[in-house]
Design a protein around this ligand. Structure first.
Ligand SMILES: O=C(O)c1ccccc1N[C@@H]1O[C@H](COP(=O)(O)O)[C@@H](O)[C@H]1O
Length: 204
């Protein structure tokens, strides 16, 4: 017995009922819906609501935002029926507090560059490469010797092939993937999601 813990697994950028059902059947911890209008994975909040209705309470539904004002985030999440906001971009402590005061949970995404150069932020932290949703990895050396927040989630260029190694390399408590489980940009693959989840679980 190793005592190792299976990482928290989030699959991001869902847009179809089939892929939602695949994620639920695999027992992932969280699924993400991208509300950043320029993303190839963008889904309108009303369309996301239909997909969210298929998700049991045991799976956390997350709305992903990039530089969207707090008021819009609150409105869009209410429309989609989602209780967690994942924030990419420049959000202050007051922004996070306002979202929490609105009854939302927050995942604060930090680009690896801002994580190493700026003040720590409170709450659940996700560390990503500098280009969210691009599928690009960042070097482990960038975080070497850094104090990493409890329960932090690793993102950025994860794939079924590299996820176990990356989790061990970084000591991450969770993983989030989008590009690495797509057959083409913006199109999720059930087979790749299954392979990713198996590989992530094998890292624990
Ligand atoms: O997926 C997107 O298109 C996206 C757009 C804007 C902000 C965040 C986005 N996704 C998040 O990006 C990371 C890493 O994704 P990848 O696996 O490297 O493609 C992940 O946290 C997604 O939730």
């Amino acid at each position: 017995m190793t005592g190792a813990v299976t990482p928290f697994i989030k699959i991001c950028g869902l847009r179809t009922p089939e892929i939602v059902d695949t994620c639920v059947a695999l027992g992932v911890d969280a699924v993400g819906f991208v509300f950043a209008p320029k993303s190839p994975r963008y889904i309108a909040p009303a369309d996301a609501r239909v997909l969210v209705s298929r998700i049991p309470p045991s799976v956390e539904a997350v709305g992903v935002f990039q530089s969207e004002p707090v008021d819009s985030i609150v409105a869009e999440l209410a429309q989609a029926g989602i209780g967690t906001a994942q924030l990419h971009g420049d959000y202050s402590r007051d922004d996070v507090a306002a979202l929490e005061a609105a009854g939302l949970r927050v995942i604060r995404a930090r680009s690896v560059s801002s994580f190493v150069s700026e003040e720590p932020v409170p709450g659940r932290v996700l560390i990503d490469g500098d280009h969210p949703g691009s599928g690009a990895e960042f070097p482990a050396a960038l975080l070497a010797g850094r104090a990493l927040p409890e329960g932090w989630i690793l993102a950025g260029g994860l794939t079924p092939e590299n996820v176990a190694r990356r989790v061990r390399e970084f000591g991450a408590s969770g993983v989030d993937v989008s590009s690495g489980v797509e057959s083409e940009r913006g199109v999720k693959s059930a087979a790749l999601i299954e392979a990713f989840v198996a590989a992530a679980r094998a890292s624990g």
